[in-house]
Every structure is written in structure tokens, then in C-alpha cells.
Design a protein around this ligand. Sequence first.
Ligand SMILES: [Zn+2]
Length: 188
Amino acid sequence: MNQYNAYEVPQNAGMRNSSLSGYNGHMEPLTKNELIALFKDEAPRDLSIPDLGGVDWAILDYFGWISDAGNLGFVVIPIGDELEALKMRRSLSASRKPKTHMCSWCHHVYRGQGTALFSCDVAGSDGRRIIGHHLCRHLDCSLRIRNLASDPPSFMPETIPLSQKIRRLENSVFTFMHRTNQMGSLKH
Ligand SMILES: [Zn+2]
């Protein structure tokens, strides 16, 4: 859960260091060709790259989208001056029970359906090791932490500043990527 509070900001949270990009959600706009290059193992048509014209890059900490079929999620995040990219499998919960679910990356708490399980094979494990996180089902954590999503705000609002939420989000994405052992394999 939330390991930070308003008065205690870990200087080395996660594995990032001070030379990295900062934490104000400054994603540079990406083009379709850049995204295709980042996911070079995928056929471009399988990427379901959304229309990039309407993307407000200035408020994104990472760029995430869901495949047309709904079974894959893609994430691109700037780390230092590199872009890291990750493809995940996505499965929605079949349960219709009213439960609260928290996104492991942005800590948004949904009442009912709002998260999906995103998982990856750990590279080099021949599929024997899989890691997964329950995340915002549309990979829209950046909107959630800024309260820009149109559906209800977090069921358990936090009082920490946005800058800390951004840093925590970036660290969570980075840590997840690191655990997949896929860091650096998809650089352009
Ligand atoms: Zn989230």
C-alpha cells in the first residue's frame, strides 16, 4: 500500500536516480513510427496503435493503450533519455461481486470493476515465471492521479501531493518493467 507520506519522500525510491527525467509527467509526443520501432517484435497491425492526434502528452507519465481485442496492454515510459516499452497480457476479472480494487501503479481505488490483471513472462524464464499486477483497466493512471478521468474519483482518496503520486507511479512502472527482465530489449 502507500508507503510514503507527505513529510517523507524517499530520495532513492525504487531504482531511479537523480539523473533521470524528473517526475512531472513530461512525455514527449511519440509518433506511430516510433511506437512501431519500440515494439519491433510485434507486427504493426497487432499493436492497435490508437489515434495519436488527440493525446495530451503533457499530462502523461507513461503512454499506455489496450489492443483492439482487449487482451493486450502496451506501455511506453521515458526513463532518463531512453524509452522503455512493455507488452502485457490483460485479463478482466469475471467476478461481478462488488469489491474494491486498487491499481498497483497509481493506487487509484475502484469500487467494483476498474482494474484488470496485466501480466508478463519474465524474460529468460521460458514462460515459467510470470509476474502480474492489477492495474487500471484502460492504463490511464496518469489521468487518475490528476483526477481527470470522467468516472468516479478514487474510493480512497489520498492527500499526498501530485508530485509524489507521479513519482510513485513512475517508480512502480519502472520496478515492474525491471522485474520482467525486459529492460533495454526494446530500445529504439
Ligand atoms: Zn492506475
